[in-house]
Ligand binder design. Structure first.
Ligand SMILES: [Zn+2]
Length: 163
């Protein structure tokens, strides 16, 4: 079984958004509001407690350092510093109940495969996509909003033992 790693947005980038209230990649003003939807927070990958937590909306390109063709879009993080996602070898529990689309990208950001797994099929779907030759990484998107949630890579330390 090939391992995987779930990567939220970079914690330094999240900190920069909180301290400058601007998109670090684009300079557009970020917007702070009380959460009116579940999110999730792209830093800790947990859902917002609507009406109780503040969140920041900013413009983010999830393809930076992956491909020269960007796709900026809106994402949310907790307005207050939150712990980053701490179990990258597990699929985040709080994402499983959301409508998710997994997009598997190859060279030049080409989508090689796309799946919309049910909650109890997600890990199998991730592993199946990562086994496809030519797939470099997966992006998790929200099927309703289309927004980027997180990236998944193969766990290189776990694939070495494969014979
Ligand atoms: Zn958070």
């Amino acid at each position: 079984m090939a391992g995987f790693r779930v990567l939220p947005i970079d914690s330094a980038l999240a900190e920069e958004v909180r301290s400058t209230l601007k998109s670090p990649q684009y300079g557009h003003p970020a917007h702070v509001e009380t959460a009116s939807g579940y999110g999730p927070c792209r830093a800790c990958l947990k859902q917002f407690r609507t009406g109780k937590e503040d969140r920041i909306l900013f413009t983010y390109n999830p393809f930076e350092n992956l491909d020269r063709y960007p796709s900026p879009g809106p994402v949310f993080i907790h307005a207050k510093a939150c712990p980053g996602y701490s179990e990258p070898d597990q699929f985040p529990e709080e994402l499983k109940s959301l409508p998710l689309t997994l997009e598997a990208y190859g060279e030049n950001r080409w989508i090689i495969a796309r799946e919309r797994p049910a909650a109890d099929e997600i890990e199998r779907s991730v592993e199946r996509l990562l086994q496809i030759s030519g797939v470099h990484y997966i992006h998790i998107r929200n099927t309703e909003a289309g927004c980027f949630i997180a990236q998944i890579e193969r766990d290189s330390s776990a694939t070495e033992s494969h014979s």
